[in-house]
Design a protein around this ligand. Structure first.
Ligand code: GLU
Length: 446
């Protein structure tokens, strides 16, 4: 049924020939689902519908910089699919942001949110605004201006944005404040809120914690243990921080972090409370560099301009951005005996890298399964806001663990049913898609 995959991809490519990240995401899903098309060819029509977003908004964001000059950025919100719940997904502020990137993220978000077992549809948004080097006042003015456009499209029962790269608690706070001024409503319209005004405990750690829970399930499924494993992490943001924290608790050893300037190798492990807390301080400097870690902890080494995938490890954990691990990196990891690639960034591996892993007996699991812990705890934040209760950290963490186990189980069930052992790309996409497809069929031609 390669023809179905080719037809779906061709239609997408004909509509948006220049959207390379979006087409890469579509290719991974529709080609990964070939075994499903063989048994359920009638679902081609549903996937064709799903590939086209329900709604796209783009808007001008004008804001005043500290010199009194007007700056212009472009804002986006893609309301991709609402078959199983309100649109849900983050906002990314980064100079690379364009419609192709927001659409790829929104498309993957549909399947990710479906896997969480919670009733959430898929959406994504953001801007090409670069928070790097901006003053706090500039970030606030930008966020207020961004929300002045966005507020008319979102709501706690319609579309609930959250953070992503470049959008953390500070930005969510400024946007939430502006939403309240504009709507005169105090409601759970954003997730990732501050702890004193409706935010959920464990939300900042959730993606990293969830990723490690998923990795533990994958390793256990191969009859191995996570304790004692060596892990290479890329990035040094929230996701990498949460991953280091949970890895230390599970007695696995993270030996690298990275930034746009290069990577740090810490042979002893990034596992003490002091080192893990330092990651947060590094991020707070807003300089986007990891080199200072090696000055702070002199037994570690900084390698300028290089990626961490040249180090020997058991598990690779991309935690930064899309396409950060290519086929050469995958070959290096393989040569060094790495067995698991667990994607915590969205589409962290190139298509070639994932094909390399799959053809070289490495077990690769895609971001839609492994990094779903973040949006899952966002879903739990929505629940707490709705019932006006605040759960204890242990309670949220227990839900998160259960959800990540459940996601792994759904992947395994789909892989088993369709005879695709260890093909998590198939397992995650098939399980995520089938639930959304059923809802779309039941809701008729919309
Ligand atoms: N940006 C995160 C993701 O890629 C979280 C989204 C959310 O919490 O809504 O899944």
């Amino acid at each position: 049924m390669a023809e179905i995959a080719a037809r779906l991809l061709q239609t997408a490519a004909k509509r948006d020939p220049d959207q390379k990240e979006f087409l890469q995401a579509v290719k991974t899903v529709v080609e990964g689902l070939i075994p499903l098309w063989e048994q359920r060819p009638e679902l081609e029509e549903v996937m064709a519908r799903l590939i086209e977003p329900e709604r796209i908004f783009t808007f001008r964001v004008a804001w005043l910089d500290d010199h009194g000059k007007i700056q212009i950025n472009r804002g986006f919100r893609v309301q991709y699919n609402s078959a199983i719940g309100p649109y849900k997904g983050g906002l990314r502020f980064h100079p690379s942001v364009n419609l192709s990137i927001i659409k790829f993220l929104g498309f993957d978000q549909i399947f990710k949110n479906s896997l969480t077992t919670l009733p959430m549809g898929g959406g994504k948004g953001g801007s090409d605004f670069d928070p790097k080097g901006k003053s706090d006042a500039e970030v606030m003015r930008f966020c207020q201006s961004f929300m002045t456009e966005l507020f008319r499209y979102i709501g706690p029962n319609i579309d609930i944005p959250a953070g992503d790269i470049g959008v953390g608690a500070r930005e969510i706070g400024y946007m939430y404040g502006q939403y309240k001024r504009l709507t005169h409503a105090v409601e759970g319209v954003l997730t990732g809120k501050g702890q004193t005004w409706g935010g959920s405990l464990i939300r900042p750690e959730a993606t990293g914690f969830g990723g490690l829970y998923f990795a533990s399930e994958m390793v256990a499924y191969q009859k191995q243990e996570i304790a004692g494993k060596t892990i290479c992490v890329s990035g040094f943001g929230n996701v990498a921080w949460g991953a280091c924290l949970k890895a230390a608790q599970l007695k696995a050893k993270v030996i690298t972090i990275s930034g746009p300037d290069g990577y740090v190798y810490d042979e002893e492990g990034i596992n003490t409370p002091e080192k893990i807390a330092y990651l947060l301080r590094l991020r707070a400097t807003c300089q986007d560099i990891v080199a200072p870690y090696a000055e702070q902890f002199p037994k570690s080494q900084f390698f300028p301009g290089k990626k961490p995938w040249e180090r020997k490890c058991d598990i690779a954990l991309p935690c930064a951005t899309q396409n950060e691990l290519d086929a050469n990196d995958a070959a290096m990891l393989h040569a060094n005996g790495c067995k698991f690639v667990v994607e915590l960034s969205n589409m962290g591996c190139t298509h070639d890298a994932l094909e390399y892993c799959q053809s070289h007996d490495m077990i690769y699991a895609p971001g839609i399964a492994c990094n779903a812990g973040g949006v899952a705890v966002s879903g739990l934040e929505m629940t707490q806001n709705s019932i006006r209760l605040r759960w204890k950290a242990e309670e949220v963490d227990q839900h998160l663990q259960r959800i990540m186990k459940d996601i792994h189980k759904q992947c395994v069930e789909a892989m088993t049913q369709f005879h695709k052992p260890n093909d998590y790309v198939f397992g995650a996409n098939a399980a995520g898609f089938l639930k959304v497809a059923t809802a779309m069929i039941e809701q008729g031609c919309v």
